[in-house]
Design a protein around this ligand. Sequence first.
Ligand code: SAM
Length: 198
Amino acid sequence: MLDLGSGVGFWAEYLAQRFGKVIAIEASRPLYEAMAARCSQYANATLLNDDVMAFEPSDRYSMIFLGGMLMYLNESDVIELLERVTHFLEPGGIVLCRESTVRSGTLTRQGDYQVVYRSVQTYSSLFSKCGLSVDHVELNTPYFLMQMGCEFIKKWKAIVPGPLQIIPLVGRLTYALLRAGGAGLRAYPTPWGSAFRS
Ligand SMILES: C[S@@+](CC[C@H](N)C(=O)[O-])C[C@H]1O[C@@H](n2cnc3c(N)ncnc32)[C@H](O)[C@@H]1O
C-alpha cells in the first residue's frame, strides 16, 4: 500500500503492521527522519523523503492512504496526483482519504500556514473527475469530540475567573463526558457515508 504525505509515520507504522508492503512518502526532512526512526524495525516499509508530486508509481497497490495531505495541494495538483496514482490501484483497491473538511465549498488559507479546506462534496467531485466513486464517508468522531472539548475549555477559561477554573478537574470531566457522548454518537448511522473505489 501507498501512504502519501506520511508525516512522522504514525500511520505508516500502523499500516506496516497490517500490510505486506508499505511505501511511505514524506517531503519534510525532519518529519521523514522521525518516521525513519519510528519505522526502522519494519523491513516491509520503504520510506522516501520526496515530493509526492514527483513520485512515479511502479507497483500495484491495494490501498492508497491520503492522511491530511490533499489540503496542501491545489486543485490541479490533487487531480494530477490522483490520476497518476489511482492508475496503479489493484482491481478492487481503495483510496482512503482522511482530510479536514468544511461544511460547504472551499476555504483557502493564505499566509504562513497555507492550506485548502474542502467540503466532502468538493472532494467527491474532484475524485469523480479522476474516475473514482465515493464508497463511504465517515465523520472522524474522536477528532470532532476533541475539537468540541477544546472549544468548551477555551470558553470556560474566557468566562470563569482564573482561581475558579479548576482546569485539571473540568478538563477530566469534559474528557469523560465527551467519551461517553462519543459512544452514543457512534450508535447513529452516519449521514455521510471512507473509501473511494476505482
Ligand atoms: C497533516 S500531515 C499528516 C501526516 C500523516 N499522514 C497523518 O495522517 O498523521 C500532512 C503531511 O503531508 C506532507 N506533505 C504535504 N505536501 C506534500 C508533498 N507534496 N509531498 C510529500 N509530503 C507532503 C506534510 O509535510 C505533512 O507531513
